[in-house]
Design a protein around this ligand. Structure first.
Ligand code: OOG
Ligand code: MG
Length: 264
């Protein structure tokens, strides 16, 4: 008999807690995306039960190069919990992670609850109070960082840690202001990847719309104060033995973290 969703959720949560990879679940053989999101919500419920509330929503595969890197082309969403947030300039501890990779991203801060019963919803500038450069550290709980769409959804989209730089208020006066900004990812001060915010769904403003769409479809909420991660602006880069990671976004600033614990 196939394992129950709560068994999959337990296994994925334990893999994250123990920083030990598990074999790929191959959920695509038996489950659709909706069922995979139900497992994800159970995985997140374990974290919430340990005192780590949900503080935001992240998107994955909003960038073509990144999607091609993993061979998965549908936009996915996951929950960000309080224990995942690393202060800007703070430290990421490798002993909590399996095989982490880092991505430069853009973050949005919601100033109002998004009413998901309204099919049109607020515009980006109505809902988003500020934008910030961000780093996302992803860490698939599957061996070899290999998964199907359903597998990565159930694994809370590999969400692991994230760092937010200084928030910059959005101004309705300049709707194109974040549409095409240069993005650089640095490991130990050396350029590891470059891209543009334009590679995030053609314009990162669309990532806000995608958050609303995914929230409606799969039962996420978007309360005021939520942090949204728009998805990577470049491919993900293994952290390896790097001692520091930095994302720089032209005109917005940077997000940075130190890495401690040596390579695993
Ligand atoms: C899934 C997460 C992808 C992004 O920004 O595209 C993601 C993965 O690649 O493990 O966070
Ligand atoms: Mg990401």
């Amino acid at each position: 008999m196939a394992p129950k969703p709560e068994q999959y959720a337990f296994e994925l949560d334990r893999a994250a807690q123990n920083a030990t990879a598990i074999a790929q679940l191959n959920l695509h053989e038996s489950l659709d995306e909706e069922a995979a999101y139900r497992i994800q919500h159970e995985v997140v419920a374990h974290r919430v039960a340990r005192g780590n509330p949900v503080i935001g929503l992240k998107l994955g595969f909003t960038n073509q190069a990144k999607a091609a890197q993993m061979g998965v082309f549908d936009v996915i969403a996951g929950s960000l919990t309080a224990d995942m947030l690393v202060q800007d300039g703070g430290t990421v501890f490798l002993d909590e992670l399996i095989h982490p990779r880092v991505e430069p991203e853009l973050a949005f801060l919601l100033k109002q609850d998004v009413d998901l019963s309204d099919p049109i919803g607020p515009s980006f500038f109505e809902a988003v109070e500020a934008v910030a450069p961000a780093l996302e550290i992803i860490d698939s709980r599957y061996e070899d960082f290999t998964f199907s769409l359903q597998d990565v959804i159930a694994d809370n989209t590999s969400a692991s840690k994230f760092v937010i730089g200084h928030w910059v208020p959005t101004t309705a006066a300049s709707p194109d202001s974040i549409a095409n900004l240069g993005v650089v990812l640095e490991l130990d001060g050396a350029v590891a990847a470059t891209g543009s915010t334009a590679s995030i769904l053609g314009n990162p403003i669309r990532a806000f719309e995608a958050c609303c769409r995914m929230a409606r479809a799969y039962g996420f909420t978007l309360p005021a104060g939520s942090i949204l991660l728009a998805g990577a602006a470049t491919v993900a880069v293994p952290i390896g033995e790097a001692g520091s990671i930095t994302a720089r976004v032209t005109g917005l600033g940077s997000a940075q973290a130190s890495i401690l614990g040596g390579a695993r």
